[in-house]
Design a protein around this ligand. Structure first.
Ligand SMILES: Cc1cc2nc3c(=O)[nH]c(=O)nc-3n(C[C@H](O)[C@H](O)[C@H](O)COP(=O)(O)OP(=O)(O)OC[C@H]3O[C@@H](n4cnc5c(N)ncnc54)[C@H](O)[C@@H]3O)c2cc1C
Length: 452
């Protein structure tokens, strides 16, 4: 009980709930050993794993094998994009900066590069990526394939910053694709790993830069009411609405020229004498009372650092996640409805939601495709728990608000629903069919998405 009175309890316990140490699957294991994704929720026993060292080797592999091919990144997708009894292709060796231009601030990067390895390498050539997702363990090819995004109403997903890429088609042909290829370029930037194997990506970057991150807690309703204004006034702005609470953890990030360093601004000491520790059978009201008292007294922290050190985090606790992208206008109501549903149905979950805005963009299968900003809302369940009962209750709420599921996260939609949500979905399917006439890039999950 004494520990609960510490000012930093809320911040540290929430961070611990969300952010634990991750372990990356080794991508160079022996053939036919089982594969599993980061959360352990997806597994398979592939016929072979090929850790290719060059495009020539990749083409030889494609020409000398038959059956399904699944390119893998770092296995950080929650949805069953990878599982196959066919062949896994690993392109970790195709990594690093291959070429760059200091006048356009563009760089061509090996598609197997881990995002987290690119920060220092780009810094060395005076460049910085425009944005990064919540973690940086993903490969560039894997992250762009699923439309992976960060936070920021003016900032596009990683795929939105692609100026060209190289695709090795399942037929073994090398295609260099850029905006002059029109529809093909719009199809291939967010490709869900269903068009071929991407080996190089040229990114639009900017000059290297520093950021200042501020984290605090505030009443959820106050923030939701002002969310548009707050999102417009910060380079990055997002909240983690706490369940069974009237509060959210709030995060803003802006450019800064201050010296690198961290400041903790303490809150008032909280007195929890009237609160008793909560057991598993705590009522929603008991949880609310406890969480509000903790949240109201959490500290504020500010940190200044290089952009690539501040934009992503380390997440220790393994979890599974569902995320839907919905038009930003009206999205606050969706957050309210999810929080109310959790409370009313006494769903036993401790993870906060995550609510952020992303810029509109034009890759056909981007979750933010179109002219309007989108909000993304995530729910999480620890990896040791069955996520289905919780996600099954919340998923229809996302549908009510016109939500598009994140390709790399849990969802239950197939091509019928997806073709209603993406105006160019059928065009994507046609291009897919032309690049992969024998369906080698499809596993069972992808057949359900694209093989109408
Ligand atoms: C802790 C955690 C935090 C996350 N945070 C965010 C976030 O902030 N924002 C967000 O949008 N998402 C987030 N995600 C989701 C994650 O970014 C995506 O699922 C991403 O696709 C994972 O990248 P990966 O390299 O692990 O690819 P994998 O999961 O291994 O593969 C993803 C897809 O990419 C394809 N692929 C991989 N390599 C190639 C290639 N060379 N050519 C063609 N296709 C290829 C695969 O076939 C597959 O379809 C998070 C996931 C985790 C586990």
């Amino acid at each position: 009980m004494k520990d609960l009175t510490r000012r930093s309890f809320l911040a540290s316990s929430l961070r611990a709930a969300l952010f634990g140490a991750y372990a990356v699957n080794s991508s160079a294991q022996a053939q036919s050993t089982p594969w599993s994704n980061w959360s352990g929720g997806q597994t398979c026993r592939p016929a072979g794993r090929y850790d290719i060292a060059s495009e020539d080797q990749l083409i030889e592999l494609l020409n000398s094998t038959s059956g399904p091919i699944r390119p893998i990144g770092s296995g950080h997708s929650f949805s069953p994009l990878i599982p196959t009894d066919g062949h896994l292709v690993i392109i970790d060796q195709l990594s690093g900066i291959l070429d760059y231009d200091s006048s356009t601030l563009q760089a061509t990067i090996g598609a197997g590069s881990r995002l987290g390895d690119l920060g220092v390498a780009l810094d060395d050539i005076g460049q910085g990526m425009l944005n990064l997702p919540d973690i940086d363990r993903q490969t560039l090819a894997g992250a762009t394939a699923t439309g992976t995004h960060g936070t920021g109403i003016t900032l596009q997903s990683l795929a939105g910053n692609i100026t060209s890429l190289r695709l090795v088609t399942p037929e073994g042909e090398i295609r260099d694709i850029d905006a002059s290829d029109g529809d093909l370029f719009d199809a291939v930037r967010v490709n869900v790993g269903a068009l071929g194997v991407v080996t190089q990506i040229r990114l639009q970057n900017r000059e290297a830069y520093k950021l200042k991150k501020r984290e605090w807690t505030a009443p959820t309703e106050d923030i939701l009411t002002d969310f548009d204004e707050l999102a417009a006034s910060h380079r990055h702005f997002e909240i983690f609405p706490l369940v069974y609470s009237d509060y959210s953890m709030v995060l803003s990030i802006d450019e800064s020229d201050q010296p690198i360093g961290q400041t903790i601004i303490p809150a008032e000491e909280v007195t929890l004498a009237d609160l008793r520790p909560l057991g598993v059978d705590a009522t929603p009201l008991e949880r609310l009372t406890m969480n509000n008292a903790l949240a109201a007294n959490a500290e504020t922290s500010e940190v200044v650092d290089l952009s690539h050190k501040l934009l992503s985090n380390i997440r220790n606790n393994r979890f599974n996640e569902m995320e839907y992208s919905i038009p930003a206008e009206g999205s606050a109501e969706c957050v309210r409805e999810i929080l109310k549903t959790i409370y009313d149905q006494a769903i036993d979950v401790a993870f906060p939601l995550e609510y952020r805005y992303v810029s509109p963009e034009d890759p056909w299968l981007s979750m933010a495709y179109g002219d309007e900003p989108h909000a993304t809302i995530s729910i999480h369940r620890t990896a040791r728990e069955d996520y289905r009962p919780y996600f099954d209750i919340i998923e229809p709420i996302f549908w009510k608000y016109g939500g598009r599921p994140h390709w790399g996260k849990i969802h239950s939609l197939g091509h019928r629903e997806l073709s209603q949500l993406y105006p160019r979905f059928r065009d994507f399917m046609e291009i897919r069919q032309s690049l992969d006439p024998n369906g080698r890039m499809l596993n069972e999950h992808l057949k359900n998405l694209f093989d109408a």
